[in-house]
Design a protein around this ligand. Sequence first.
Ligand code: AYL
Length: 515
Amino acid sequence: CALLTLQTCAASSSSYSYREARRLTHGFARALAGDVGGLAAQGPALAKGDVVALVAPNTPEFVFAAHGAIEAGLTVTFVNPLYTPEETARQLKICNARLVATIPALLPLVRAVAQSLPQYKGTVLLDQLPSEQAAGEFSFQALAAEGLDTEGVSLPRNHSDDIAILPFSSGTTGMPKGVMLSHGQLVSNLAMCMTPDFRFARYTRADVQDSILSVLPFFHIFGFNTVLHTTILSGQHLITLPKFTPEDYIGALLRFRPSGLGAVPAVIQFLAMHPAVKPEHLDSIRYVICGAAPLGLDVLKRLNDKAGREIDLRQGYGMTETSPVTVLCSRHTPLERRGSVGQLLPGTRARVVDLSSGEHVGPGQRGELLVKGPQVMTGYYNNEEATREVLDTEGWLHTGDVAYYDDECYFHIVDRTKELIKVKGHQVSPTELESVIRQIPGIADLAVVGIPNERYGEVPVAFVVLQPGSKVQENDIISFVEPKVAPYKRLTGGVKFIEAIPRNAGGKVLRNELK
Ligand code: AYL
C-alpha cells in the first residue's frame, strides 16, 4: 500500500503517496516531541496535551501536520480559515494554543493574533516560508526533515482516553466551545463506520484503488474523521479541493473520475440541479456520503435521474460531540428510506423522549433524541457547566435535535430544540451573532434565529427591538456585522424590527415563535 497515492490536491496537483505521507507525519511528530529544528529556542518544549492549532484550508500538509502533532501526544484544534482575526483569536485563547500551523496567505492574520497567546511558541508554515521570516516561524518540510534526522527522540505513548482533537461546536446553546474527542472515541466511531453493513468505502486491493473526492473541510469533524480517516483505513486515494467552485469541482470529477464523494446537501443539490453538471460527469460515482444537514429524498431521486442509475447515497446523522456519526444508512437501506438519516451504528444507543415530560416515546412519535456510545465526547474543554447541560450522569448526550424513528428503526431528524443555525452545513451560533449586534448603539433587545433557505439550508435573521428614537436601519446592522464574522455567518436572512422579543417567564427567547 505504501506506494499508492494517499492524497492529491486538485488545485495545486500536489500529490503524496502513503509512504511519503507517513514519513512527513512521523518526521513532524519527532520534531515536535524532540523540540528540534530551532523549536527549542522558542520557550519550553511542547508537552503532552498541549494544543496545536491548525488554521488552514484543505491541503495535504494539513493532514500531515494534524497527524504528526497527534502522534507527538499533542491535541489539535482546527480553526476555520475563513474566520476573522477576532474569531481566530477567541478560539486560540480558549484552548491556549502553543503552536499554530497555517498557510502563507493566512500568516498576517496568525501573526496579528498569536503574539498575545500566553504560552505561544511559534508558527509552522505548511507551504513555502515567506521571504521575510519572523522569529518563531518554521517550515513544515524543514521541521519534518530535521525530525527524521535527529536520533534519540522518543515519542510519548497515546492512550485511548487522551484527547486527540479539539474541534469547536456551539452545542445546544451559547458560544462555540472546544469539544474534547479522545483517541478512543475517534477510533470507535471509525470502527463502527467500517463494519460491513455500514462501510461505504471499498478496501483497496492489489488491482483496484478507489478514489473519493471531498470538499468537506478537514477542520470539520465530518471531513477529518468520517472522510479522511475512512479513506486512509481502506487504502483509498483522497482528492481534495481547498475551495468549492462549480468549475473546479466539475473539473475534478472529469480528471479523477472518483468512485465516491463526501458531501453536504448543498453539494448534492448542485450535482442534481445545476445544468453545468452533465450525466457523464457522474459516470464514475458509485457512492456518496452525506450529512451535517437535511437532504430530502426528492433531491436524491433527481441525482439518480440525472445519473440514469441508482447511486449508493448514504445519509448520516451526528454531531461534532459524537465523533461525529451515530446514525447512518447502510448498504441494505432501500431507496425509499434513503431520505432518512439511517439506523443506529453498532454499539450506539438512542432514546427519543417527550419534549416536556422526558418520557420515552414510541415509533413515529417526535421527541428529543438522546444518544449514548463509545464515540460520545469526553466533554467541553474547560467548561463543566456546558458539559453538564448536554451529558447527563448516565452518559446520555442530549442532542437538542427533534427526531422520530419508524417501525424499522430508521431515524428522521425533523427539528431542533437547540439554538444552532446550520448554513451549508456550517455551524452558526446565534449567541455569537447576538453579541456582535449588541455592540451597535440604539438597540434595546434582539435575537437571532435561522430560517429555511433553498440555497444554504438555513440563514440567520436578526429580530431587533430599537430604543425609542433610534434611527438604526437594516443596512446599518448588516454592514456592521459583515466585517466582524466569517462570510457564512452574515445576516443573509436580513433584519426584522419588532416591538418586543418573545420570551418565556425565565427570560429565555422563544425562538420557534420568532421563526
Ligand atoms: P455538527 N440531517 C439533519 N440535521 C443534521 C444531519 C442530518 N443528516 N446531520 C447533522 N445535522 C444537524 O456538530 C443536527 O442539528 O456536526 C446536529 O445536531 O456540525 C448538528 O447538525 C450537528 O452539527 C455523517 C456525516 C454526521 C456528518 C455528520 C455531521 C457532523 C455535523 C454524519 O455521516
